[in-house]
Write a protein of this length. Structure first.
Lengths: 251, 397
């Protein structure tokens, strides 16, 4: 009888442990978010003149930080990443097409209801400095930190424009957005499937970025050509970071 | 069968020669085997980790996993850096073009090699060169970024026909004759035989030494960053505010000088590549020196060069990739004017001043001689004489 009890107890333990295994065996898959830079839906091409209002502009640099990439399932949140740096126009590119930047994460398989992406560096990380991070960390990049503002440069869009078609660029576009006040997090409510080989693209369209309330952002106005150097004045940066919600799409 | 003494000697000689050739033919990584022209295993191999000294506010340095810093490696690299043994006629070393008193430049417009032939570019400062790997979008040494790492870079000048004009086999043959170097390579890398001394190990040692060429943190600018509000005088402070586009000074708006976009971060360079408008070029193919374009083969990169560090810039004249400007005053004059037209000029290179709309165009006004003087004074506040006098980085011979 004593032996029978031991046998039954053992079987119970085995059964329980087997049940536990089943509940924790949730399949996990790679999930790739590929960031793409576009202009009017087409891959962005560095230095190419684009028709803009009744003049022309071209872009030479485009990069951005993203923070808190989170998958949503109802009220449940699954964080994929704290912070990443996405550079569409690296110096070592061998042609002028903006690079597609794939970021690979892992997540539990299933269908999520949306994805949330922070644009910029979220405030608690933005309070740190490059020397606070190991050399390979995205936030260790000295070139992406603005000492004057004590902030990371959340995004850089640089370019030039020719306002009067005389062949000489007289517009210098220098948008370096930074500081906690312009950090933005946007939610894209749409089915996101995580399964083996799955992924989505995140398109950032510069034409849409500079289209504010269905109007061209007038790049001939000097104060519209650059983000302010005054930390208290984030007017232009706010315009652009607010408009990211219209310029970014998840596909 | 009788074997005569002469037959035995011939056979032994052939056998020995073959063994010697096999051993000396190997100048790559250590290969275990019983035969060696010289056995170094009696020399103790106990490398000590080297801790790089850097200012606390400086970022971490990337150290490649296959070349950890050791005391012995740094010491060996320092000797190789200063030793003319690597050049074809044993007259030039790395330090011939990178001298401490010039903040590891040679203060020449372009460097001259062992045959008296002038190169086409100026020697870049090696101050904080360890941070190149930390840069945002680039990974390249030389003005055009053609080498991806310090280890790869260190291989090139030896065989450059205009610089050291040697071959690595020749350089290694000389090194292997040196008892001191045999011992040092053993102590640094644990090789077991002198034929294991290779160009890759020499480059690793030089790279280790170059990684310790770090600012001391004692410049006036660093003292200001460390909290000494009086380290910079009013002019230097205004220069700093313009340099970093920080705007207001005592309630007055200062013009942006836009410097930090290319010379940013604590090392005052992002090691990125820019076309700064120093030459006119109607077409992208018009540049005399293609610079970065030679590496990427993208004509839009023609005329771009790596932005050098501005730390110790007052010690490293002349300026630009070809040393065309002899003074910082000339350099500032170039940037204040906004550079010359060229299709791929960087957007930050525009006339300095306050932007104003004039008709459909933007013009810049209000950049005064005071602003130029303030910038100049700030650039001098970046001087770090503690670094250039650091005994650990001087010529050990």
């Amino acid at each position: 009888m004593k032996q029978l009890g031991l046998i039954l107890f053992s079987m119970l333990l085995i059964t329980l442990s087997s049940c536990k295994d089943k509940t924790t065996e949730t399949p996990v898959s790679d999930y790739t978010l590929t960031f793409k830079a576009t202009y009017n839906g087409q891959p962005l091409e560095k230095y190419k003149y684009y028709d803009y209002s009744d003049y022309k502009v071209r872009f030479s640099r485009f990069n951005t930080y993203i923070s808190d990439v989170i998958l949503l399932k109802g009220t449940e949140e699954v964080k994929l990443s704290d912070v990443e740096w996405v550079d569409f126009t690296p110096d070592d590119a061998t042609n002028n097409l903006a690079l597609e930047v794939p970021l690979q994460f892992q997540a539990t398989e299933g269908t999520y209801t949306g994805i949330k992406i922070g644009f910029g560096v979220r405030p608690d990380l933005n309070a740190k400095r490059p020397s606070d991070f190991p050399a390979n960390h995205p936030l260790a990049k000295e070139t992406e930190y603005w000492l004057g503002w004590k902030s990371y440069i959340f995004s850089k869009v640089e370019g030039q424009g020719d306002s009067n078609a005389d062949g000489n660029d007289d517009i210098f576009l220098l948008y370096h957005c930074g500081s906690d006040a312009v950090y933005r997090s946007y939610t894209f409510n749409q089915p996101i499937v995580v399964a083996p080989g799955s992924g989505n693209s995140v398109e950032m369209d510069l034409k849409k970025l500079f289209t504010i309330n269905n109007q061209w952002y007038d790049l001939r106005i000097p104060t519209n050509q650059y983000t302010s150097n005054n930390p208290a004045d984030v007017t232009v940066a706010t315009v652009l970071m607010d408009n990211l919600v219209n310029a970014v799409s998840v596909k | 069968m009788r074997i005569y003494l002469w037959q035995w000697l011939v056979v032994s000689g052939i056998f020995g020669t073959v063994l010697f050739m096999v051993a000396c033919g190997n100048n790559g990584s250590p290969t275990p085997g019983p035969v060696s022209a010289c056995d170094l295993t009696d020399i103790p191999y106990n490398p000590q980790p080297y801790t790089i000294v850097k200012p606390a506010h400086f970022p971490e340095i990337f150290i490649p996993a296959d070349n950890p810093m050791t005391v012995e490696g740094v010491q060996l690299g320092r000797r190789l850096f200063y030793d003319p043994i690597l050049s074809g006629d044993s007259t030039q070393s790395c330090s011939s073009c990178h001298l401490p008193h010039g903040s590891f430049t040679d203060n020449k417009d372009v460097s001259v090699g062992i045959d008296g032939i002038a190169g086409r570019r100026s020697a870049m400062s090696l101050l904080n060169v360890a941070y190149v790997r930390n840069s945002a979008t680039s990974d390249g040494l030389f003005w055009d970024g053609r080498s991806k790492s310090l280890e790869a870079q260190a291989l090139k000048p030896v065989e450059d026909p205009i610089e050291m004009h040697n071959t690595w086999p020749n350089a290694l043959a000389k090194i292997r004759e040196s008892e001191d170097y045999k011992t040092r390579f053993r102590k640094a890398f644990g090789i077991t035989a002198c034929e294991d001394i290779s160009q890759e190990l020499a480059a690793k040692a030089i790279a280790q030494f170059e990684r310790i060429l770090i600012s001391s943190g004692n410049s006036k600018f660093d003292q200001y960053l460390a909290g000494d509000n009086f380290a910079l005088d009013d002019e230097e402070l205004d220069g700093k505010l313009m340099f970093f586009d920080e705007g207001l000074s005592n309630g007055l708006q200062l013009p942006d000088a836009e410097c930090f976009h290319c010379h940013g971060g604590l090392t005052l360079t992002g090691n990125q590549f820019f076309n700064n408008g120093i030459d006119s070029a109607g077409l992208l193919t018009d540049f005399k020196d293609l610079g970065r374009g030679e590496v990427t083969l993208n004509e839009w990169d023609n005329g771009k060069f790596r932005a050098p560090t501005l730390r110790n810039i007052a010690m490293s004249a002349p300026y630009m990739h070809d040393g065309r400007f002899v003074s910082l005053d000339e350099v500032l004059g170039h940037y204040i004017a906004g550079g010359k037209p060229r299709p791929n000029k960087d957007p930050f290179i525009h006339p300095l001043g306050f932007p104003m709309q004039q008709g459909t165009q933007t013009v810049y006004t209000g950049f005064t001689p005071y602003h130029k003087q303030a910038l100049l004074k700030f650039l001098h506040a970046l001087t770090d004489s503690t670094f250039v006098n650091n005994p650990d980085i001087q010529n050990p011979f």
